[in-house]
Design a protein around this ligand. Structure first.
Ligand code: ADE
Length: 260
């Protein structure tokens, strides 16, 4: 069982974690999710979580005092507000594995499919959603004493806060857990799993508005179909994401297709 804890000042923003595929993964005991309001760890009447930045500048910075208490509480008790599973889940590796704190920020390292695969092998992911100009850096520095910590960005654009990034990361991770996707031929054919973009897909009818499905897909010749799909993947990647080709494993035949 993977445990996900999210700390945010907008718990309602995380409602989609309980819907569709993610919600079903919770119902099936594959993942358990706790969403926590950061303001529960404040002590003042205003329940204030931010303050002006040292050194000046625009915006506000989230206070280390509030974050520190929240993370202290959550790191030790990964079942704060969820009922425990009825059956003891099978061990997911090292029992004294440290939690992984994920801090979404536009200033982070890019989040990729290989990060999703790595996160899917962990037991406890803790997400800290920043708002405003971010979280006092000492929170991350301090947390790294007792947790693994990664600051990650989901893309080269700036969101208002980390909540949507958490939804993105959680979905990318949870769909990789055994039992979450039905009988897909594993994840081997996903875009990025072989370093290339996935090619086009088709379903019935064979002809729609004068557009026919490529003949090869109806041939029943699986070697030929696999080769066609590989070629489409290569062409699409070359056109849309040529940067990915440098890292992909390509054979002589692949290179011929790309040279066409
Ligand atoms: N918070 C704000 N912008 C973000 C981004 N691009 N990625 C992750 N977290 C963010």
């Amino acid at each position: 069982m993977l445990r996900l804890d999210v700390v945010t000042v907008f718990p309602d923003y995380l409602a989609p974690l309980h819907l569709a595929l993610l919600g079903r993964a919770v119902d099936r005991g594959i993942v358990s999710i706790g969403v926590h309001d950061l303001r529960d760890w404040t002590h003042d009447v205003h329940r204030s979580v931010d303050d002006t930045p040292f050194g000046g500048g625009p915006g506000m910075v989230m206070r280390p005092t509030v974050w520190g208490e929240a993370l202290d509480d959550l790191v030790g008790s990964p079942s704060v507000d969820d009922s425990p599973p009825e059956v003891e889940p099978p061990s997911r590796g090292d029992d004294d594995e440290r939690p992984l704190l994920i801090v979404p920020t536009p200033a982070g390292r890019p989040f990729t499919q290989s990060d999703a695969q790595r996160y899917a092998r962990r037991r406890h992911l803790l997400f800290a959603c920043g708002r405003y100009e971010g979280i006092d850096q000492r929170v991350v520095d301090e947390a790294s004493q007792v947790m693994d910590v990664e600051e990650v960005s989901i893309g080269d654009y700036v969101l208002i806060g980390g909540e949507v990034a958490v939804l993105v990361i959680a979905e990318a991770v949870v769909r990789l857990l055994p039992g979450v996707l039905g009988n897909r031929r594993s994840h081997e054919e996903d875009s990025f799993s072989d370093g290339l973009l996935e090619g086009p897909s088709y379903t019935r009818p064979e002809v729609w508005r004068d557009r026919a499905v490529p003949e090869v897909l109806k041939s029943g010749n699986h070697a030929k179909i696999d080769r066609w799909r590989r070629d489409e993947s290569l062409r699409r990647t070359a056109e849309r994401r040529p940067d990915l080709l440098a890292a992909a494993e390509l054979d002589a035949r692949d290179r011929e297709v790309l040279a066409e």
